[in-house]
Ligand binder design. Structure first.
Ligand code: ADP
Ligand code: MG
Length: 339
C-alpha cells in the first residue's frame, strides 16, 4: 500500500478543470459569461482550429484591477457572491469562481485588461497554472482573453477532442444560445477569420432571431408574454407551418441562463401536438423569469440542467401559455368539410 498524500494545487486544479472544461466551447461559454457579467455591450469571439489552438475573446466590460488579477485565477475566487445565503439570489451567470483557475490549469492564458478608472492596463500571462508575468500594458477599457493550446499538458484529454470543424460547430451553437439570451449584447464570431455570426445588440430578441435564423423564421413568429403565479414567460413561438426536424430549435432560458429541461420540452411539444404533424418539432425561443428561490441552478458545474421546486406547476403553466396562443383562429388547421 502507498501512503496517503494530499495532492498539490496544480494537480488538484488539473483534475477539477475536467469538470468545467471539456472542449473549446466550454471555455468560450465561461469567458463570454464573464464578459456579460462584467457589463459588456460588445463581445468579439475569434477561434482558430475549432478553438483548440486559439480562442480570443474581447469585451468592453468593467475590466479587472491589477491588484485583483492574481485572485481572479485562484480556485473559488469570485466577486459575485460572498456566502451561501447569496446562492439564493444569484443574478450573475457565474458564481463558482472556478472558470479562470480551471482554464489556466489546462491552457496557456494571456489576459490584457483595463478598468475605466485605471490609466494603464495590465497584461497577465499564466500557463498550466503557473504565473509567467504580470505587467502594466497599454489597453482600451475592457478585457481580452487569449487562450492557446487547450489541454497541451493533459494529453489524455486532448485525445477526446473532435475535429476542428466539430469543435467550431459546438462553439457556434453555444454562441447562438448566448446571443438569444442577451439581445442587448452585440456579438461577433469569427472562425479562422471568417465571420460566422453577428448580432446588433439592439435589445430585441426578434432581431437576434432574424440575424441567426433568417427571414423565413423571423416572419413566422407569434409573440408570447404570459404571466401565471410566480412565472413570467416571454419570447417567440414559431407558427406551426415552420416545423423543424429535431429538437435543436427549442431554446429555453431561465432567468437569463440557457437550460435543458425535458419537462419544459414536453410541455411545449404537448401544446403544439394538435397543430403539428407527428415527428415534427416546433421552433420556440422562451425566456422564463422565475423567483430565484424556486429554482436550483446549483445542480452541476456547467449549470445547464436545472430543477424547479414545482415541476408539475411549471409544466401546466408552459402548456397553457402556448396552447392558448396557438388557438388563435388563423392558426387552427382548416379542415375541408364536404358539402
Ligand atoms: P465567477 O465568474 O464564478 O466569479 P471566474 O473564475 O469565471 O469566476 O472569474 C473570477 C472573477 O474574475 C470574476 O468573479 C470577476 O470578478 C473576474 N472576471 C473574469 N472575467 C472577467 C471579465 N471579462 N471582465 C471583468 N472581470 C472578469
Ligand atoms: Mg465565470
Amino acid at each position: 500500500m502507498q501512503h496517503i498524500q494530499v495532492l498539490d494545487q496544480v494537480t488538484i486544479d488539473k483534475i477539477a478543470a475536467g469538470e468545467v472544461i471539456e472542449r473549446p466551447a466550454s471555455i468560450v461559454k465561461e469567458l463570454v459569461e464573464n464578459a456579460i457579467d462584467a457589463g459588456a455591450t460588445h463581445v468579439t469571439i475569434e477561434i482558430e482550429e475549432g478553438g483548440i489552438s486559439l480562442i480570443r475573446i474581447t469585451d468592453d466590460g468593467s475590466g479587472i484591477m491589477k491588484e485583483d488579477i492574481r485572485n481572479a485565477f485562484l480556485r473559488h475566487s469570485t466577486s459575485k457572491i460572498r456566502n451561501v445565503e447569496d446562492l439564493l439570489h444569484i443574478t450573475s451567470l457565474g458564481f463558482r469562481g472556478e472558470a479562470l483557475s480551471s482554464i489556466a490549469a489546462v491552457t496557456k492564458v494571456e489576459v490584457i485588461t483595463k478598468t475605466k478608472e485605471a490609466i494603464l492596463g495590465t497584461r497577465y500571462v499564466i500557463e498550466g497554472g503557473q504565473e509567467l508575468s504580470l505587467d502594466e500594458a497599454g489597453s482600451s477599457d475592457g478585457t481580452t482573453f487569449i487562450i492557446r493550446q487547450l489541454f497541451y499538458n493533459v494529453p489524455a484529454r486532448r485525445k477526446f477532442l473532435k475535429t476542428a470543424m466539430t469543435e467550431a460547430g459546438h462553439v457556434q451553437d453555444l454562441l447562438i444560445r448566448l446571443a438569444l439570451s442577451h439581445p442587448e449584447v452585440a456579438f461577433r464570431f469569427l472562425n479562422n477569420n471568417q465571420e460566422k455570426l453577428r448580432t446588433s445588440g439592439s435589445g430585441k430578441l426578434k432581431d437576434v432571431i432574424y440575424n441567426i435564423y433568417g427571414r423565413d423564421v423571423a416572419s413566422n413568429l407569434l409573440e408570447l408574454d404570459y404571466r401565471q403565479g410566480g412565472i413570467h414567460i416571454t419570447g417567440y413561438l414559431g407558427k406551426p407551418l415552420i416545423t423543424r426536424g429535431n429538437r435543436n430549435f427549442e431554446t429555453f432560458f431561465v432567468n437569463g441562463r440557457y437550460v435543458k429541461s425535458t419537462m419544459i420540452s414536453r410541455a411545449v411539444e404537448d401544446a403544439y401536438k394538435d397543430f403539428m404533424m407527428q415527428h415534427k418539432f416546433p421552433f420556440v425561443v422562451l425566456h422564463f423569469q422565475v423567483d430565484t428561490e424556486t429554482v436550483d441552478v446549483n445542480v452541476h458545474p456547467t449549470k445547464m440542467e436545472l430543477r424547479f421546486q414545482n415541476q408539475q406547476e411549471v409544466y401546466k403553466t408552459v402548456f397553457e401559455a402556448i396552447h392558448r396562443q396557438l388557438l388563435e383562429p388563423e392558426l387552427i388547421p382548416q379542415v375541408e368539410v364536404p358539402e
